[in-house]
Design a protein around this ligand. Structure first.
Ligand SMILES: CC(=O)SCCNC(=O)CCNC(=O)[C@H](O)C(C)(C)COP(=O)(O)OP(=O)(O)OC[C@H]1O[C@@H](n2cnc3c(N)ncnc32)[C@H](O)[C@@H]1OP(=O)(O)O
Ligand SMILES: CC(=O)C(=O)O
Length: 537
């Protein structure tokens, strides 16, 4: 079949099937915000929930009447009626009508085992249930989409039964037949074959709704489109029941950038990364850094060979231009780096490296040695920049911690204090400072700030926003090395630093020192040389 210039309809079910995922919970307000954003992005249909199933979804549909969508149509979702003979009084169908959505999507059984065992009815009765449910909603002036639940399993088990149920929906007036891989176990070639057959038999637009239990939901969706389907159901970030639904965040760019002869209503694909982040944010979930297209690592190059090639021509190791989906290229520095990684980072930081010098080679070697000791510069780019600037001779530490003592007192009869005592040298002067804290690392942080504040008032702006400890040699138990990664912020920028030691206090102090040095260095770099008031140690 020809796949020339087909418009693919995007049907988002984040607000319904997405919320069937574990740990996913959206308030009415969350749902309204997401719905608006989905419309802005260019979805054709937004499934808001199952109105009669819970009060939240009922309230959502009432409030959603005030939303003014630019292009999307709101859909309510539910099942076929409980009994064929009384569709007109079925509370579920009446709830769908009361939601006042222009489109209603109902699911019905297309796997004989479900019809028999779950509903306990005959084939004829199920066909009648589907026909009467669809035609009743249709007679009330709504457009009706039919979600053929378990279609692929149903077809494998008994093709005539599965097709008969689809035809009942078509005869009832459904305008889309959506084939559901409800258990998510189908393979792409099976989907292709069955979609082709359904298109021949039904003669109306066919959609695909895949679940990800075999990690193939996106592949199965693309296979259905290649076979002629023109309607895609999925969720943002692939959230949904069990392993999730087909991820629209991957499907949409695959359609728009790769599947020739197809188009969608999305007007700015460059907003894809923002959309993914927005939904994670509302769900209060961390973004998936490895997500294709939109993840932080999706275009992050670590291996020296890759970076060397990417610097000559990005497409040598990138399947698309990251900007097309609102993402960006990144280069990581690690033990797998070559000189190209360092050159790239220097360029990114606006640092000129003298030609024909050993600077880059020295830095590569230094980074590899440090990573061998347990350092990690992914996530600690500020520590890396200090190494680079030091090697270039443009950075000298602003202070030196000459001595550290940390005192921990706990127990029934103890004072329960944690205290750090530091001797810090700044510009030839020694400061001897003690500070109490909530835990030894907090005491250390406070003591260091106290020692430095009157030399460098700028450090007041630094806030610790994340602190992570990782044991590096687990088998050595409490004598193992630890790596501390700290994320700091000055309200405008954030930066990461790292420290490694067998002593968790020392590892923390190293990361803290890098954080303060980095901040002071950037403050100094922002000033003309003659005006820099900062002493160096
Ligand atoms: C594949 C999918 O994702 S379908 C969507 C699944 N989503 C949800 O289930 C979330 C919302 N669901 C709910 O809030 C509740 O399950 C409700 C309100 C729909 C129903 O609640 P209850 O009436 O207490 O029934 P319960 O959930 O225990 O069982 C479901 C009933 O629906 C019946 N049913 C299932 N599918 C269909 C269908 N397509 N048509 C008609 N009835 C159906 C089942 O046979 C079962 O009936 P039974 O109680 O006579 O055995
Ligand atoms: C309808 C639906 O959500 C499914 O079959 O997976």
């Amino acid at each position: 079949m020809s796949v020339q210039s087909r418009k693919i309809e995007l049907y988002d079910t984040t607000l319904r099937d997405g919320t069937q995922g574990e740990h996913i919970n959206l308030s009415v307000q969350d749902k309204l915000l997401i719905a608006e954003r989905l419309d802005e992005f260019g979805m054709d249909y937004i499934e808001g929930g199952w109105p009669s199933s819970n009060p939240k979804d009922e309230e959502f549909f009432i409030k959603a009447r005030k939303l003014e969508f630019k292009q999307a149509k709101l859909c309510s979702f539910g099942s076929t009626a409980r009994f064929a003979k009384s569709v007109e009084t079925d509370p579920n169908l009446l709830g769908l009508l009361q939601s006042e959505t222009p489109v209603i999507t109902i699911f019905g059984k297309t796997w004989q085992a479900h019809s028999e065992k779950s509903l306990g009815i005959s084939d004829e009765e199920n066909a009648e249930l589907i026909y009467r449910s669809v035609s009743f909603l249709k007679s009330e002036g709504r457009e009706v989409f039919f979600d053929a639940e378990h279609f692929f399993d149903g077809y494998k088990n008994n093709p005539p039964f599965a097709l008969k149920m689809l035809l009942s929906a078509v005869q009832g007036g459904a305008s889309r037949i959506v084939l559901c891989d409800t258990n998510g176990g189908s393979l792409p070639h099976e989907v292709t074959e069955m979609v082709r057959h359904v298109l021949q038999v039904t003669g109306i637009p066919v959609g695909i709704h895949s679940h990800n239990d075999g990690d193939l939901a996106v592949a199965n969706t693309i296979a259905a489109l290649q076979a002629g389907a023109t309607h895609v159901q999925g969720t943002i970030n692939g959230i949904g029941e069990r392993c999730g639904n087909a991820n629209l965040i991957s499907i949409i760019p695959n359609i728009m950038l790769k599947l020739e002869g197809t188009s969608t209503s999305v007007n700015n694909l460059g907003k894809l990364t923002q959309l993914s982040k927005f939904v994670y944010e509302i769900l209060n979930m961390p973004s998936n850094t490895r997500a294709p297209f939109v993840g932080k690592s999706a275009f992050a190059h670590k291996g020296g060979i890759h970076v060397s090639a990417v610097m000559k021509e990005s497409s040598l190791y990138e399947h698309i231009d990251p900007a097309l989906v609102g993402n960006r290229q990144r280069v990581l520095v690690s033990e797998l780096a070559g000189q190209s990684n360092i050159r790239y980072k220097a360029q990114e930081l606006g640092i000129a490296i003298p030609e024909k010098s050993d600077v880059i080679k020295n830095i590569v070697n230094h980074v590899k040695e440090l990573e061998h000791k347990g350092y990690q510069f992914d996530g600690a780019e500020a520590s890396f920049e200090l190494i680079l600037q030091k090697e270039l001779g443009s950075f000298k530490p602003f202070f030196e911690v000459v001595e550290t003592k940390v005192h921990i007192e706990s127990g029934k009869d103890a004072k329960n204090v944690d205290q750090a005592v530091l001797k810090v040298m700044v510009g030839g002067e020694i400061e001897h400072i003690a500070a109490d804290g909530d835990g030894p690392v907090n005491a250390l942080d406070k003591a260091l700030r106290k020692a430095l504040i009157h030399f460098y008032p700028e450090i007041k702006a630094i806030k610790l926003i994340d602190y992570k400890v990782r044991v590096l040699e687990e088998k050595r138990g409490t004598s193992a090395k630890v790596r501390v990664l700290i994320e700091s912020s000055n309200g405008r920028n954030t930066w990461g630093t790292v420290g490694v030691s067998t002593n968790i206090i020392e590892a923390s102090l190293l990361a803290l020192q890098d954080s303060m040095n980095y901040h002071l260095f950037t403050v100094k770099a922002a000033l003309p040389a003659a005006e820099s008031p900062l002493p160096q140690s």
